[in-house]
Design a protein around this ligand. Structure first.
Ligand code: UFG
Length: 336
């Protein structure tokens, strides 16, 4: 029996593939490589380059392999871009997932672990955020992920498809052994951007706003190690195997750090000065996002192994130093 991991060559997907392989799972990866990197896939993985929109390819995969469950990452995932291109997000995320799930139902694959997001909550009503809090997304990215969560629920009622939706907070870090890491082009996430400044690839980091209602005025986020996320996917699959029930979990450390604190931690870890300037707020950024992950702790038995921000940054830094231009060695630094 195999597990199909869509988007398995992406940042969180590839770390999850690694974790699953370490656990002895048989893994089949489907990734279009639009954003993912073939180099992020280690030996032992059966790989198909293609899209979740490709019904014929999906059908072929479900026929060739005995797929027990799907772990579904393949999606567009940038908040800002989603506001500019909502139709792309509906197409890639909602229509793409619909095509995938239709094939799952046709081939009687009954379990899916789904990559969801804190963006489903929108501007939070309570901190820390619980799974039972209102979900009122403030951008198409969160909206499309929420639509998919709802689609899975209805598919449970109609076809017995059981899902675990994992709402990540801010994924960061890299494989502690340095085998794979985070590489987006262009990069938009805070920690890799700050580390690019430390590497001399950017002059400075911009702090998007310092007039938020937080202790130092910059936004607070809950950073969670990518390998802890990977483990949560494994535990979610184990729960599906064990209980065969549909559920939703937040994944975070329950602790927030301001943008300024993140930059300070990066200075400490890298030993570089890392110039920072304050700029305008970025549209759509909530002031504070912190998870209550109590439910995942209790029901999945999930306990983050790397909860310290310093450790998260150390692991990210290790990979960045060894791979200053990311996976594609030929990409010029000024293209990043
Ligand atoms: N930030 C800066 N300067 C930068 C980049 C980011 O100040 O150059 C700030 C942002 O304003 C935000 C924080 O750093 O306050 C983190 O920003 P990221 O872009 O790293 O992450 P986001 O919080 O915007 O979003 C991430 C994922 C989303 C997910 C969300 C859930 O990218 O997919 O976490 O919390 F929905």
């Amino acid at each position: 029996m195999s597990v199909l991991i869509t988007g398995g060559a992406g940042y969180i997907g590839s770390h999850t593939v690694l974790y699953f392989l370490d656990k002895g799972e048989d893994v089949v990866v489907l990734d279009s490589l639009e954003k993912g990197h073939k180099q992020a896939l280690l030996d032992g993985v059966t790989f198909y380059q293609g899209s979740i929109h490709d019904e014929a390819l999906l059908s072929d995969i479900f026929q060739k392999h005995t797929i027990e469950a799907v772990v579904h990452f393949a999606a567009s995932s940038l908040v800002g871009e989603s506001v500019e291109k909502p139709l792309d997000y509906y197409e890639n995320n909602v229509i793409g997932s619909h095509t995938l799930v239709k094939q799952m139902v046709k081939h009687e694959v009954k379990h899916i672990v789904f990559s969801s997001t804190a963006a489903t909550y929108g501007e939070p009503k309570n901190i820390p955020i619980k799974e039972t809090d209102p979900t009122i997304p403030t951008n198409p990215y969160g909206e499309t992920k929420l639509a998919m969560e709802k689609m899975f629920r209805w598919c449970d009622a109609a076809y017995g498809l059981k899902s675990v939706c994992l709402r990540y907070f801010n994924a960061a870090g890299a494989d502690p052994d340095g085998r794979i890491g985070e590489d987006h082009t262009p990069e938009s996430h805070l920690i890799p951007i700050v580390l690019q400044v430390a590497l001399g690839q950017r002059e400075q980091v911009q702090i998007f706003g310092e007039d938020y209602d937080t202790k130092d005025g910059s936004c607070i986020r809950d950073y969670i190690h990518v390998m802890d996320l990977a483990e949560a996917h494994y535990l979610a699959l184990e729960k599906l195997r064990r209980d065969n029930t549909t559920s939703i979990y937040n994944l975070g450390n329950g602790k927030g750090f301001t943008v300024k604190e993140v930059i300070e931690t990066c200075r400490e870890v890298t030993g570089h000065e890392i110039p920072a300037v304050v700029s305008e707020r970025r549209a759509g950024d909530p002031a504070t996002l912190i998870a209550s992950a109590e439910q995942a702790n209790q029901e999945l038995g999930w306990q983050p192994r790397y909860p310290e921000l310093k450790t998260i940054v150390e692991h990210a830094w290790k990979w960045h130093v060894a791979n200053p231009t990311g996976y594609d060695k030929e990409i010029a630094v000024n293209k990043r």
